[in-house]
Write a protein that binds this ligand. Structure first.
Ligand code: ZN
Length: 437
């Protein structure tokens, strides 16, 4: 698939992912705020906060985690592990510790990947207070018997959970929810890529006049989505379509995971775009595990929100390790991901219903200059077929997406045919049947 967007879009998204990659994010704390500060340079995102201790459905908003320093120093003062070298080195949300201990005492607190001995794992302990470090197995094996100074200079305090949000108001109050998680430290694909792509999309859409309204949400995984839903419960039925973005910077997939409903417009739009992308993509059914689609798809909400990824989380070697770095994502992959999401948005925006004003047999297209007459134009037959399909199915009961699916032609080709026929006076816009677009 050749991205419709220029590769410069991919380069811009990559540059933004690179800018936020070094920040140590967690579910709460300054890492999220700092990340939002960077994103705000590119799009009009607003910061929202909810106080620690607030009840949100079955959960409680956790305290803020402050991390100043974390290291392990040998008896000669050499720092053998230092958080300054990699944000993954400290167990995310680690409790504080400042103590001298033997190697045997230290070892239970060292997390490694024995099967991939040169990668640092990403580990968290949000809901149980413990301290720890994440290092490579090679580093661990090289630690001599010694007395180590172990320091995690962290603190939990009552503060807030932070997220970023922006609503681009369209002509309709019907909303498209686009979201990415903002709680992972230095992991490029999961999910600096999603945050950067979403920010670039926000910057582009807010300059556009749109039919639908677009809500961008940059929230910590799970607890952020739960907090947002708790605060917005009264108005979530405005959300007619939604996408969670994650791992959109590698060269895999593309993979679309359906919303809980399975047959929502967004499910069909993403399946359609992926099937016409020329890439070995696939659509997988909903399951109550993964990213925040599982909160949006909890039974009381059952929102039409799916998940878009390139490689599926948990399936690639780099996932949740130090190998998920800036070499693992690339501008070209980001440009293709951006293009796929943009094409899905084009479908949501342009999924109109028309009525054929000349339904008794085919109208004469040649007389109206609608048949391609220039020889050798290889797309001409496709465009002619698109016109015939649009004319045939524009009985007021079929959306353009219905027609594109049945004709097995890209939505953009069907939509262009619709525009041409509309300006030739052969179609009129129909009242949209409720729930069909
Ligand atoms: Zn993750």
């Amino acid at each position: 698939m050749t991205p419709h967007t220029t590769t410069s879009v991919g380069a811009e998204i990559y540059a933004l992912a690179r800018d936020i990659y070094p920040i140590c994010r967690s579910i709460t704390g300054d890492g999220v705020r700092q990340t939002l500060q960077v994103l705000k340079r590119h799009a009009p995102i607003k910061t929202h906060e909810i106080a620690s201790g607030t009840s949100v459905f079955d959960w409680t908003v956790p305290r803020e985690w402050i991390i100043r320093e974390a290291y392990i120093a040998a008896s000669d003062g050499t720092r053998v592990v230092d958080f300054r070298n990699h944000t993954l080195h400290v167990l995310n949300y680690s409790a504080p510790i400042r103590q001298h201990m033997t190697l045997a005492e230290l070892k239970p607190h060292l997390h490694t990947l024995p099967d991939d001995p040169d990668l640092i794992p990403y580990r968290t302990s949000y809901y149980e207070e413990r301290w720890g470090f994440c290092i490579t197995q090679t580093q661990k094996d090289a630690l001599p018997n010694d007395t180590y100074e172990v320091v995690v200079d962290s603190e939990f305090k009552n503060g807030a959970l932070t997220w970023g949000e922006y609503l681009h108001q369209g002509k309709s109050d019907d909303e498209v929810l686009l979201t990415a998680h903002i709680c992972h430290p230095s992991l490029a694909n999961d999910n600096c890529s999603g945050l950067a792509l979403l920010t670039r999309l926000c910057a582009a859409l807010c300059r556009r006049s749109t039919k639908l309204s677009y809500r961008f949400l940059f929230a910590p995984g799970t607890i952020g989505a739960i907090s947002w839903l708790a605060q917005n419960e009264h108005r979530v039925d405005r959300v007619k379509h939604g996408l969670v973005l994650s791992c959109v910077g590698d060269g895999g997939g593309p993979i679309y995971k359906q919303s809980r409903r399975g047959d929502a417009i967004i499910d069909r739009a993403m399946a359609h775009v992926i099937s016409h992308s020329g890439l070995p993509g696939r659509v997988v059914p909903f399951s109550p595990y993964g990213y925040d689609e599982r909160q949006f798809g909890s039974p009381a909400f059952d929102m039409p929100v799916g998940l878009f990824q390139r490689s599926a989380f948990g399936t690639f070697r780099e996932y949740h390790t130090s190998a998920d770095n800036l070499d693992f994502i690339a501008p070209d992959h980001l440009a293709i991901s951006y293009d796929i999401v943009s094409q899905a948005i084009d479908i949501l925006e342009g999924n109109n219903v028309f009525i054929n004003l000349n339904p008794k047999c085919e109208p004469q297209l040649g007389r109206r200059g609608l048949y391609g007459t220039i020889g050798g134009d290889k797309d001409a037959p496709k465009r002619s077929m698109a016109m015939l399909w649009v004319l045939n199915l524009s009985d007021g009961n079929h959306t353009l997406l219905d027609i594109a699916e049945r004709a097995d032609l890209p939505f953009s080709v069907i939509a262009q045919a619709g525009e041409k026929l509309l300006s030739a006076g052969l179609l009129a816009e129909a009242e949209t049947p409720s729930g069909r677009t």
